[in-house]
Write a protein that binds this ligand. Structure first.
Ligand SMILES: [Ca+2]
Ligand SMILES: [Ca+2]
Ligand SMILES: [Ca+2]
Ligand SMILES: [Ca+2]
Length: 266
């Protein structure tokens, strides 16, 4: 009995050692094939819109990912990128995990709510130098390049990108894009170059006070934001709940994971 336990232990040690050799430290950084995706976008908030916008990320994959040094950026009304915001730490570091199934709530400003929702207990907040609110109890995803302004999610249509952080200046290289979402309409001319990195069609606009929720569990058809998202009553930091009849049950043709990104690799 003892011998078999020892044998199992030895095999386990060998296996873990072998896995370490196969997956060096860098492998646990956020990579384009990770199923870390935007989960909810609350862009059209009643009252004072800008403070209380938020986004969520979810890890829909089976292994932890580390967000150290990863970036999020959004699209400007003129079709050009706005600021690029970066998680602290260095890409390849292990300070900021997102566990399988975990939802991270990222506020534009994690200030106590002047209006609902109160986002003062968000996991993260976007921050830029200068005229920005900063809740010292909530860690910042800080401006690293681009326009010195906060994330601002346009009610008429906008887009968001999550990228590995290998590239931290706009326009973000398609080969580093992990996930993206577009909604509404964009002004002519056609969307800027980096929207070709992500879903080609846009999710439909939602009325004020509703959010865009990704269909569970982290579905990403990599073909159209319209097929991945539905309108719902906001659920900040919590799993998305269908609030209305939705089309999540009628999937569009799925491109295999990573295909749409690989398509645009140099
Ligand atoms: Ca807005
Ligand atoms: Ca802010
Ligand atoms: Ca803060
Ligand atoms: Ca939610």
């Amino acid at each position: 009995m003892a011998r078999s336990v020892l044998a199992v232990a030895a095999v386990t040690v060998l296996t873990v050692t072998g896995l370490h050799a196969m997956f060096p430290e860098e492998a646990s950084a956020l990579e384009v094939w990770n199923r870390v995706v935007f989960n909810e976008i609350y862009y059209y908030v009643p009252g004072f819109d800008v403070h209380n916008e938020y986004v969520e990320l979810i890890n829909a994959g089976g292994t932890p990912s580390f967000l150290d040094g990863a970036v999020i950026t959004d699209e400007g009304d003129d079709g050009m990128p706005e600021g690029v915001f970066r998680f602290p730490g260095v890409r390849g570091g292990h300070e900021y995990p997102i566990q399988p199934g975990e939802i991270l709530l990222i506020a534009v400003d994690a200030v106590p709510g002047e209006i609902e929702p109160d986002l003062s207990d968000a996991d993260w907040e976007f921050w830029h130098p200068g005229d920005d609110n900063d809740n010292p109890d909530v860690p910042n995803i800080s401006l690293v390049s681009g326009a010195n302004a906060d994330v601002a999610l346009a009610n008429s249509g906008d887009g968001l990108l999550l990228a590995t952080g290998v590239d931290t200046t706009a326009a973000i290289e398609c080969s580093t894009v992990v996930d993206g979402v577009n909604w509404g309409e964009v002004a002519d001319p056609v969307p800027i170059g980096w929207t070709v990195c992500v879903d080609q069609e846009f999710a439909e606009l939602v009325p004020q006070g509703n959010s865009l929720g990704r269909c569970a569990p982290g579905i990403d058809y990599n073909a159209t934001s319209a097929g991945d998202w539905f309108m719902m009553i906001p659920t900040p930091g919590e799993p998305n709940l269908p609030s209305y009849p939705s089309d999540c049950s009628s999937p569009v043709a799925e491109a295999s994971w990573g295909t749409i990104k690989a398509r645009y690799r140099p």
